[in-house]
Design a binder for this molecule. Sequence first.
Ligand code: FAD
Ligand code: ZN
Length: 487
Amino acid sequence: MDPGFRRDDICFFVQIMKPTPETLQRLKAIVGDKGFVVGEADMAPHLVERRELYRGKAAAVLKPASVEEVSAAMKVAHEAGLAVVPQGGNTGLVGGQVPDGSGEEIVLSLARMNRVRAIDTENNTLTVDAGVTLAAAQEAAREADRLFPLSLASEGSCQIGGNLATNAGGTQVLRYGNARDLVLGLEVVLANGDVWNGLTGLRKDNTGYDLRHLFMGSEGTLGIITGAVLKLFPRPQSVETAFAAVPDVEAAVKLLRIADGLAGGQVSTFELVPRIGVEFVVAHVEGASDPLPDPSPWYVLIEMTAGTKAAGLPETMEAALAEGLEQGLVSDAAIAQSEAQRADFWRLRESLSDVQREEGGSIKHDVSVPVSRMADFIATATSAVSARLPGVRPVPFGHIGDGNVHFNLSQPVGADKAAFLARWDEMNAIVHGIVREMGGSISAEHGVGQLKRDEIAATKSPVEMAMMRALKQALDPKGVLNPGKVV
Ligand code: FAD
Ligand code: ZN
């Protein structure tokens, strides 16, 4: 057997080879000195993700500067049978962007492809390189008096390519949809180096299969996204933001429907915050304070936006909260009176993920159930994990309007972090079991990566898995793109 042969462990026969010094030289000649990283310190930030759950090694990190360079590099990698791990901003939470421990994979970072290519305010589209950060794409839209509505707490560093490859969700899905709903066209380099230029910007095109959607949520296993045409929207002229105390999750869902009914689709954010989350933020974020005088078991952050100033949003928000108070669904609420107060509400929500680190070990669940089952899910899962591990502190928060909750578990106070984290799979099994019984998803918005690969394979139907493998086989027959992830 060839000494370079490494594994055949994916879903069909693949031969991944170890890169030879000659192949690495060929890659270096394509991307130049600036784009070829092999020094240990320079590679380091690309080899571990932020939670440090996954740490890998690589033969090199490539940073191509153009689609031509990506294409030429993939032709070489494909011919030589090298494994390539596409990487965007490295903010992914399931280990999809991290190479394995062999030291033989190539990380391909899009960081140098960071140009805004074009903006068309009549077609309402923004065309960008895949390595443009989400914050930079939002800013480009804003400068043209438009809105690009995708919004995540990691927006300062995650990239459009990574957002599309994970079909990211975030805090405005309720109104504008997931990343896949915000894309009109793609440019993709395939495993063999061929370039598909699908940057049409068309809003209607029924000429056969919609190939762009294949790459949304494919997590770097089907192709390397190098460019995208994004949908723009009118920039909201009025915004109302409220922080409301609610007695329970059921009341939160009822309040959402009241707000929806009154605001006619103008509710852009409806996020659940538990009391323990507020306490964590107040304890660990400098300058943060409790938004309301009396503690409440649950809260919701509500935002409504409208295209015109005359839309009467302040009255609508007030009416929704008043109706909530009247029906006993709201016990108290504050409406932001200034940009600073709005920013405080948002900071509280956006810090929820980070502050859990300050409280020791945190076992994560990114799950969804039908919105109507949300209250039942949170109650059932809370009882089940507490029965198994007394003292565990559930911190369920997030996108309740989409039926998506981050059902995270903080370790019991004073517990040993390592011993707690060793129970990750056990806790996942309990929570995911309940999710499945309720017809939900065990990965609502973060993807599969390495973290959930085996579980997905064990729970999707054989027909679904066969279709996924057939697509992988068709687009990447040698299995060079992100092996060991997703399928
Ligand atoms: P990376 O982490 O670099 O990569 C993610 C995956 O995409 C990998 O499998 C990688 O191989 C692949 N990939 C990256 N770029 C490309 C490309 N150009 N072509 C092909 N494949 C590629 N996610 C949400 O959905 N909603 C949230 O609300 C949310 N909040 C977050 C909050 C915080 C604080 C953090 C740290 C993360 C959060 N995330 C959230 C997760 C993460 O930010 C998103 O998944 C994001 O879309 C990843 O983008 P990235 O550029 O960092 O991709
Ligand atoms: Zn989220």
